[in-house]
Design a protein around this ligand. Structure first.
Ligand code: ZN
Length: 294
């Protein structure tokens, strides 16, 4: 048995996973940026390792996380959304003596989608997680592409607009400043003049106001920007399929049909007759936990 942990920007998921990478038992909790959140996260992880190891032989703990995971010192640095500078897992390793593998969250979710979900039919594929930012994973000839120094293949930071909107990474005009779902939701709320609303309620409000000129323009602009980003990705990697994950899946009714139609109509890529399949992630929150132990 393995333990897969997905440390997201707003939730933590912990699962007991069997030898064929199927989740046997899982727990998910909401977390938010606050002081000493590091210690709370470590306490939650510690609690579940104890719980799961009582009846099971645990051979691996896999942790998918944003930021920079370092497997040499078992520390994850710069988890920006949670305000964590450094999360040190070495004490957990010394306490239980079970191997720990740290991985990037989008690469993990992408790997799970590639092996068991929306991309399992393809050898050359790209996974884009459109959520708080844009996370990404690229697969060619059946393998996840990995960079040597850092995480690499960060497609969310391809610049699609010179001197465009300010990105958290320090650059301007990055793909994610236009196409992260967080930015879309913020702009929609501003147009509709609403605050404190759940994603469910926001989706309803947007659907009700689809004929509102500004909302229609916002959706069109979102799709236009997505196509620019995708055309770069397609020309570089020539994927057979691109899978969208993150909260985009929840908001799919606003974009999916139109996006696919426009991609075929405009053929905005170098090889014009070869538009990849556009698919939606299937494993939802389970993807990060499963991908962490693959
Ligand atoms: Zn950026």
């Amino acid at each position: 048995m393995k333990i897969g942990i997905d440390l997201g920007g707003s939730h933590i998921g912990i699962a007991l996973i069997n030898e064929i990478n199927v989740i046997v038992e899982k727990n998910e909790m909401d977390i938010e940026k606050r002081e000493n959140i590091e210690n709370e996260i470590l306490a939650v992880i510690d609690y579940y390792i104890n719980k799961f190891k009582q009846n099971n032989q645990i051979e691996l703990i896999g942790i998918a996380s944003p930021g920079n995971p370092n497997n040499k010192d078992l520390c994850i640095s710069n988890i920006v959304n949670l305000g964590i500078k450094k999360l040190d897992l070495s004490n957990i390793y010394h306490k239980y003596n079970i191997p720990i593998k740290l991985k990037n969250d989008s690469k993990s979710a992408g790997l799970a989608e590639f092996k068991y979900g929306s991309l399992k039919k393809y050898k050359d594929a790209v996974f884009l997680c459109l959520g708080t930012g844009i996370g990404s994973a690229v697969f060619l000839n059946g393998n996840l592409l990995q960079a040597n120094k850092y995480v690499g293949f960060e497609l969310g930071h391809i610049i699609i607009e010179r001197n465009g909107e300010q990105c958290n990474c320090g650059k301007k005009g990055c793909f994610e400043t236009y196409c992260a779902m967080k930015r879309f939701k913020e702009k929609a709320k501003k147009i509709l003049n609403i605050t404190n609303i759940t994603s469910e309620e926001l989706l309803e409000e947007i659907k009700k106001n689809k004929n509102n000129e500004e909302i229609a323009k916002l959706i069109d602009e979102y799709i236009n920007n997505l196509i620019i980003g995708l055309s770069n990705v397609i020309d570089i990697f020539e994927p057979e399929a691109i899978s969208f994950g993150g909260s985009f899946v929840y908001f799919k009714d606003l974009f999916y049909e139109k996006l696919v139609k426009e991609m075929h109509k405009r053929r905005y890529t170098f090889n014009k007759d070869d538009v990849p399949e556009i698919v939606l992630a299937e494993l939802q929150n389970d993807a990060g936990m499963i991908g962490a132990v693959i």
